[in-house]
Design a protein around this ligand. Structure first.
Ligand SMILES: [Zn+2]
Ligand SMILES: [Zn+2]
Length: 238
């Protein structure tokens, strides 16, 4: 195999692992500040969450590395750096498409993984965090990690996106993944219970998924849950 591919995958693994440690570390620290002792008794669970998450980082790093290589060495992706390569109106449309497609993929694969036989094999690791903490953001069994790791690397071959906008999508994905697991709501109650909160997922929504399991499967948005009758509202515990 081309050495450049291996180096690229290794570098991306490092980037994903550092991104996880920085984001989860920051919000775990904030949790400790805002709610002293809140997750104090969860030491062994947190160590498991970090272990699974670092393994997931390696799984996420491989397709990310392949994309980086394909982009830099082959020019084979639809990533672009020239703001004028596509009409300006397309600039905000691309991240919306990425988030909607990613959310759709996540909703349906997540629902499948809650079928009992799939659950045991792929998804029980993620739900072993009871309650989840900020460190559980990437706490997945390798099979589940693969389903999550391929979406955006595939999209960059199909849906054009400016590389800086892709960076914003990845930032949003990282922050939502961490904050939706940290066990407290960082947005004002008024916003979470507003019309916007009825469509966008925050910690209160995903916390209920971890409490009740067979509801609230979405990632960013609530429309699939609402359309399919799987939305059971917000957690009252946080
Ligand atoms: Zn979760
Ligand atoms: Zn689940």
């Amino acid at each position: 195999m081309d050495l450049a591919i291996i180096l690229s995958a290794a570098s991306m693994t490092l980037v994903v692992a550092l991104r996880y440690l920085a984001a989860s570390g920051a919000f775990a620290w904030l949790t400790g500040r805002r709610k002293p002792g809140y997750h104090g008794a969860l030491g062994p669970q947190i160590r498991r969450e970090i272990g699974w998450s670092l393994l997931s980082a390696a799984i996420y790093g491989i397709p990310a590395g392949l994309v980086y290589w394909a982009w830099q060495e082959r020019g084979a992706t639809l990533l672009y750096t020239n703001w004028r390569a596509y009409p300006l109106w397309y600039l905000p449309l691309a991240p919306i498409l990425y988030l909607l497609i990613h959310d759709t993929w996540f909703y349906w694969t997540h629902r499948l993984m809650h079928r009992p036989s799939w659950f045991r094999r792929m998804h029980a690791v993620h739900h072993a965090s009871r309650p989840p903490t900020a460190w559980a953001a990437m706490s997945f069994h390798p099979w589940e990690a693969i389903t999550g790791a391929i979406v955006i690397p595939l999209l960059v071959f199909v849906v054009p996106i400016h590389v800086a906008i892709l960076g914003l999508v990845l930032l949003l994905m990282t922050i939502m993944g961490v904050t939706n697991h940290m066990g407290w709501e960082m947005f004002p109650r008024r916003l979470v219970h507003s019309a916007l909160g009825g469509w966008v997922i925050t910690a209160s929504h995903h916390q209920r998924h971890h409490e009740k399991y067979r509801c609230n499967y979405g990632l960013y948005f609530r429309h699939w849950d609402r359309l399919c009758g799987t939305d059971e509202g917000l957690s009252e515990a946080i």
